[in-house]
Design a protein. Structure first.
Length: 374
């Protein structure tokens, strides 16, 4: 009797599984050379399915609940075993527990940039990233087509294939949508719904269900983003002439407050301010003359030619002849100073520009040689 009791104790009479991990999809319940005792207790918890396999064939599938294993609740296994009139002896079978919970926060992304033709930027490359969720809905199919005889099957063993499906369908969806890159951010929901609708059918071929699919980011290559940022900056700046005047005003303020510049800096700042004021007054006069329906007097006098100059390594101006003369007197403007006006192809030293004669003054001719004998 002692030997018989020992043998009976070797039979499996309680079958259950608690998942100690967060990524196990399928776990095979087995003990070396043990048999399942008829009348054993099977516990299938919520978010689990138990699948019995006999000699390589999928038999009975048990949903969540507690079962006492008898021939009555093992119809397929009873048929495979040939238990026509009931059988109470122990039997061998493989029991697989399948996790049917949602596996969350699985990340996907395009391993290489996706080429597409944008209506505004032309040929361009983009990359995309997101997350997805899935669960097992057909345990028998998943074991048969994916798991095979693996004793412990984790998410890592299937997510690569799932990501490949996502990337392929996403690339196709983006190409067909023909949405400009700048408008893609407002269409993440549409992309997600369209791609998910295609992927769901493909996942079901593996016994899986796509419970959620999200596009979280669509980005451009770094060099394209840099160029786009510059373009956005130009749009914010607006009128370039006004921006140039604003920069010149900042330069004058910096020069005037520079303690190392002394009186020369202050004088240059004053001269630049006068030039700026003159330019603004001329602009106001032009606007007033254009708005008048009837001319009330003679036309305005022709404007003096103004030049831009490179002062302390930065562009400044425009300056008229009077301001430039003051700058010559202060030593901040010389014949080597680069200048430019409208109509000139390039910057030139001031001494090579004919109009600068009135600024520097006409130099007298060289003295004649002395008369012999004098």
């Amino acid at each position: 009797m002692g030997l018989l009791n020992k043998l009976k104790n070797e039979f499996i009479d309680i079958i259950d599984w608690l998942d100690p991990t967060n990524d196990t999809i399928v776990h095979r319940f087995e003990r070396f050379q043990n048999e399942i005792k008829m009348g054993a207790k099977l516990t299938v918890r919520e978010s689990q399915v138990a699948v019995f396999i006999n000699e390589g064939q999928i038999a009975d599938v048990y949903q969540p609940g507690m079962y006492t294993l008898q021939t009555e609740n093992m119809p397929i296994l009873s048929t495979l075993k040939g238990w026509k009139y009931g059988f109470n002896s122990p039997f061998k079978a493989e029991v697989y527990f399948v996790n049917t919970k949602k596996f969350l926060d699985n990340k996907w992304g395009t391993p290489n940039p996706v080429m597409l033709r944008d209506p505004e930027f032309g040929p361009i490359r983009i990359r995309a990233f997101g997350v997805y969720e899935f669960r097992v809905v057909d345990a028998a199919k998943f074991i048969k087509d994916v798991v095979g005889t693996d004793a412990d099957f984790t998410t890592e063993q299937v997510t690569n294939q799932l990501r490949n499906i996502i990337v392929t369908r996403f690339t196709d969806a983006v190409g067909e949508a023909k949405i400009p890159v700048l408008d893609m951010a407002s269409n993440y929901n549409e992309f997600s719904a369209k791609v998910a609708g295609v992927i769901i059918e493909e996942y079901r071929e593996y016994g899986l269900d796509m419970t959620k699919f999200l596009v979280s980011n669509i980005s451009l290559p770094p060099n394209v983003e840099e160029a786009l940022d510059k373009r956005s900056s130009m749009g914010i700046i607006g009128n370039m002439n006004q921006y140039t005047q604003f920069q010149a005003a900042n330069a004058m303020e910096a020069a005037a407050t520079n303690p190392g510049g002394g009186g020369a800096s202050e004088g240059m700042g004053l001269g630049m301010g006068m030039a700026m004021a003159g330019t603004m007054m001329n602009s106001m006069n032009q606007s007033m003359n254009q708005n008048q329906q009837q001319p009330q007097g003679p036309p305005p006098m022709p404007q003096a030619v103004s030049f831009f100059a490179v002062i302390n390594g930065a562009q400044a101006g425009p300056f008229d002849a009077n301001v430039l003369k003051q700058m010559v007197g202060m030593g901040t403007f010389t014949k080597e100073t680069l200048v430019w006006k409208q109509g000139m192809a390039n910057w030139m030293p001031a001494g090579q520009v004919p109009e600068m004669v009135q600024v520097f003054g006409a130099a007298p001719p060289p003295l004649p040689p002395p008369t012999p004998g004098m």
